[in-house]
Write a protein that binds this ligand. Structure first.
Ligand SMILES: Nc1nc2c(c(=O)[nH]1)N[C@H]1C(S)=C(S)[C@@H](COP(=O)(O)OP(=O)(O)OC[C@H]3O[C@@H](n4cnc5c(=O)[nH]c(N)nc54)[C@H](O)[C@@H]3O)O[C@H]1N2
Ligand SMILES: Nc1nc2c(c(=O)[nH]1)N[C@H]1C(S)=C(S)[C@@H](COP(=O)(O)OP(=O)(O)OC[C@H]3O[C@@H](n4cnc5c(=O)[nH]c(N)nc54)[C@H](O)[C@@H]3O)O[C@H]1N2
Ligand SMILES: [Mo]
Length: 742
């Protein structure tokens, strides 16, 4: 028996062929013009030996409640009932002895794409049903932007990035110069959270080049932007200096639009003395920036003049704010756009995150719905998501965050489902130390990831191919019935069933499940969604029809030119003010100034990062950036990918000059090290990487044991500090290393 059905994922929809109950192949989804190859590994990954077969409890915890959570720990397999009893009893004990404020359920991670079996929503609903949990705020993607941008443009950053930017069509039709800080990355636009059925970014970028638009990629890697782009290489972490120099040229040469600044922005008078050097004796000239960034002063001057002459859209990759002082380039890019006088013009102004996710720039009518309700969390305590190690290491100690000063919670129990912090967090050796502080760690996972191996109780979760779900993303018009394609592997169960059983044991089964099975929930959520679409006149099949059809395309493509950000504001700033204290774009923010943070003062500034090429340490002279992996999503299905010949350690992009100076050959396995840790990597010569910079993508699972991580996880090398006291985002890109032969 052979059947082929379509399913959905974060990297797109694809066909899956099942023969005699086994997944034997995948193929692209017909309507997708540029499908991602990520799905090809699935027939191997689903059956991989690293699947968690049965509920497993770490022997040291089971027998003596030890906290020795290390990669090589021994586990004992138990029947479901026994393991669930033990977990429920432990959750109950922590609640009784310490209260729900001692349970951390932030559980950051991308898990999988189906709407109901979304692990993070499931764990949150479960923990809420038993009295709540300490949550995490923000994300690893753009936490610093989330903190700074509302102060500057008066908008929630997520809403701006996903729903209020120039669409691709508006850019094509209006933009003459596209200045891309950190590029618009073709490899990253494969992915969009919740799904992406038509990968269109590549096509749009081709259309821009065809039209003769000037595309300028500013950053450490040529490959960050689509082919046909000019490349202005700059040192990682130095973009704010370059932006300031562009601003300096505009002001100095009379190209800054002062009328626009007066009407649509506030605080230019407070910022100008800094820009021109009147307040600190340092004019932010192109020569000043050339020294810091490595870019050519004449090229900077010419670029500023060209930007002033043409309709210019400045775009900034998420990566720029994933470094120390990451708030600054985001703020300064908006200030630069205001100085150009182009805020509110179609195809002008400033944009964030294009290419980072395939859905940014598409025009879709917003249709809510299809999310599992998480219930209410009576525990109001939270941590900024990337401060997890600090929280575990320093309970009770106060920290700053966006004007708030609060003590870290005292975490006794951690529950994680749908994330892999031993892939995604920084300075993993420090994190491993922090991870030993709580009394208990429970993880639901399909795979023996680095995190599962460092847990006390591990529950085997199904993959999306082993359960029924609904696929839909708010950035995509397609709607999927995701059929159960195969039986669950070994003893794996759905997160929902695991949590329902735990809730029952804790006396809250009814509150958690509302008496519904998974299928009842799917039909319930779907019928609510159909009420929303009916009210909006969007024809939507009923559940059984969707099941029958497998997928439909809803007629919700938006008007391609529906949104020009801040156009109404530009027409009449008094009638349509920005939602900032001044009603204008804040070049100086009284609010931020009132926080009195030395690492994020009242207007954008250049503050050198603690590690960068401008202060090279002889022991760690190379700047390591750690981008998203092109061949997969984060660490998902890593074990099957790692089995491919020569796949591990991960490839390290290095300039041939830096390599030969170290007697390193192309393809050779090398050691990457600094004072925080070391890993192996496979040198890959690339003259599209700025000299002095190396790029090691994320996604490897941290191996067991001490010493060099043999897989090449860059997070043994990264620095675990907040972006600033304002944003407290990850500073993953602020890391210096040395590379050497073995
Ligand atoms: N150095 C450095 N580090 C970074 C970054 C960087 O740029 N540089 N980027 C950061 C960013 S932006 C992000 S978003 C993070 C990503 O980090 P994560 O989101 O933690 O990475 P994933 O590998 O997607 O983790 C998802 C996990 O969920 C599991 N899973 C999938 N489906 C299910 C399910 O149905 N149930 C359960 N229980 N589990 C499931 C997968 O097996 C996988 O282990 O990494 C961050 N880390
Ligand atoms: N294939 C694939 N696509 C993905 C993901 C994945 O795992 N796989 N993950 C998704 C997720 S969760 C996210 S958040 C987005 C992230 O989207 P981005 O943040 O845009 O992506 P990154 O790959 O982390 O970084 C892009 C580039 O930024 C450059 N860069 C680093 N530091 C600096 C700097 O200081 N200045 C400048 N100018 N450039 C710098 C690096 O050269 C890097 O290659 O990607 C998404 N897309
Ligand atoms: Mo992300």
């Amino acid at each position: 028996m052979k059947t082929t059905k379509v399913t959905s994922s974060h990297w797109g929809a694809f066909e899956v062929t099942v023969k005699d109950g086994r997944i034997v192949g995948t193929a692209p989804f017909g309507p997708d013009p540029d499908p991602s190859p990520i799905a090809e590994i699935i027939p191997k990954a689903v059956y991989h030996k690293t699947r968690v077969a049965r509920p497993s409890i770490r022997k040291g915890w089971l027998e003596g409640r030890d906290k020795d959570r290390c990669g090589g720990a021994e586990f004992v397999e138990l029947p479901w009932d026994e393991a669930l009893d033990i977990a429920a009893e432990e959750i109950g004990r922590v609640r009784r002895e310490h209260g729900n404020g001692a349970i951390f359920g932030g559980s950051y991670g991308w898990s999988s794409a189906g709407r109901f079996h979304h692990a993070q929503s499931q764990v949150h609903r479960f923990l809420n049903s038993v009295g709540g949990y300490v949550s995490s705020y923000g994300n690893y993607s753009f936490a610093a932007a989330m903190a700074i941008m509302p102060h500057v443009i008066g908008m929630n950053f997520r809403q701006y990035a996903y729903g209020y930017q120039n669409s691709w069509a508006t850019i094509r039709d209006n933009t003459e110069t596209l200045v891309m800080f950190g590029g618009i990355n073709p490899k990253n636009s494969q992915v969009s959270m919740g799904g992406i059925s038509r990968h269109e970014t590549k096509g749009w970028c081709e259309a821009f080049a065809e039209k003769g638009m000037r595309l300028i990629n500013i950053g450490p890697q040529r490959g960050d932007a689509p082919p046909g782009s000019e490349w202005m290489p700059v040192r990682p972490g130095s973009d704010t200096a370059l932006m300031l120099a562009l601003a300096y040229v505009l002001e100095n040469e009379g190209l800054a639009d002062h009328a626009h600044l007066a009407r649509f922005a506030t605080g230019y008078d407070r910022f100008r003395p800094y820009l021109m050097g009147d307040s600190d004796g340092v004019p932010k000239t192109p020569e000043w920036a050339a020294e810091l960034t490595g870019a050519d002063a004449t090229a900077i001057r010419n670029l500023a003049r060209h930007m002033a002459k043409t309709r210019t859209l400045i775009t900034v990759a998420f990566a720029l704010q994933r470094g120390q002082h990451g708030e600054q380039p985001y703020w300064m890019a908006a200030v630069l756009a205001a100085m150009l006088g182009q805020i509110g013009l179609p195809g002008g102004g400033v944009g964030y995150g294009y290419g980072a996710l395939g859905g940014v720039g598409v025009s879709i009518r917003a249709v809510p719905g299809l999310a599992l309700p998480q219930g209410d969390n009576p525990i109001k305590d939270f941590i900024p998501v990337a401060r997890i190690a600090d929280a575990l290491l320093h309970p009770g100690e106060p920290y700053d965050f966006n004007g708030r000063n609060a003590p870290y919670p005292d975490i006794r129990l951690v529950y994680w489902a749908g994330g892999n912090p031993f892939h995604h967090h920084q300075d993993l050796n420090r994190f491993e130390e922090a991870w030993r502080r709580p009394e208990t760690v429970i993880v639901n996972e399909p795979y023996w990831t680095a995190t599962a191996k460092r847990a006390d109780i591990v529950f085997p979760a199904t993959t999306p191919y082993e359960r029924e779900d609904i696929g839909r993303s708010f950035l995509d018009p397609f709607l999927f019935h995701m059929p159960p394609l195969i039986e669950p592997e070994a003893d794996a169960r759905d997160d929902y069933d695991i949590f329902a059983d735990l809730a029952t044991r804790l006396g809250k089964g009814e509150l958690f499940s509302e008496g519904r099975s998974s299928e009842d929930w799917l039909r319930h959520l779907y019928s609510q969604f159909r009420q929303i679409t009916a009210a909006d006149d969007i024809p939507t099949p009923d559940y059984d029809e969707l099941k029958e059809k497998n997928w439909v395309e809803l007629p919700i493509w938006g008007d391609e030119h529906a949104v020009t950000p801040f156009d109404k504001f530009r027409e009449d700033p008094d009638a349509h003010p920005m939602q900032t204290p001044s009603g204008k774009l804040e070049i100086f923010s009284e609010t931020i100034a009132s926080f009195d943070y030395d690492d994020c003062p009242g207007h954008p500034v250049w503050i050198p990062p603690c590690e960068w090429l401008g202060a090279a340490d002889p022991a760690a002279p190379l700047h390591m950036v750690s981008p998203q992996p092109g061949d997969k999503l984060h660490s998902q299905m890593e074990s099957a990918i790692a089995d491919e010949p020569d796949a591990r350690p991960v490839r390290l992009e290095i300039h041939p000059v830096d390599a030969t100076a170290r007697k390193i050959n192309d393809g050779e396995v090398v050691r990457v090290k600094n004072h925080r840790g070391s890993c192996l990597a496979r040198a890959s010569f690339n003259d599209g990487v700025l000299k002095g910079v190396v790029a090691l993508p994320t996604g490897a699972w941290l191996a067991d044991g001490d010493g060099d991580d043999p897989h090449g996880n860059p997070n043994v090398l990264t620095h675990d500090i907040g972006t600033s006291r304002l944003g407290q985002g990850t500073s993953a890109h602020t890391a210096m290393v040395e590379v050497e032969t073995l």
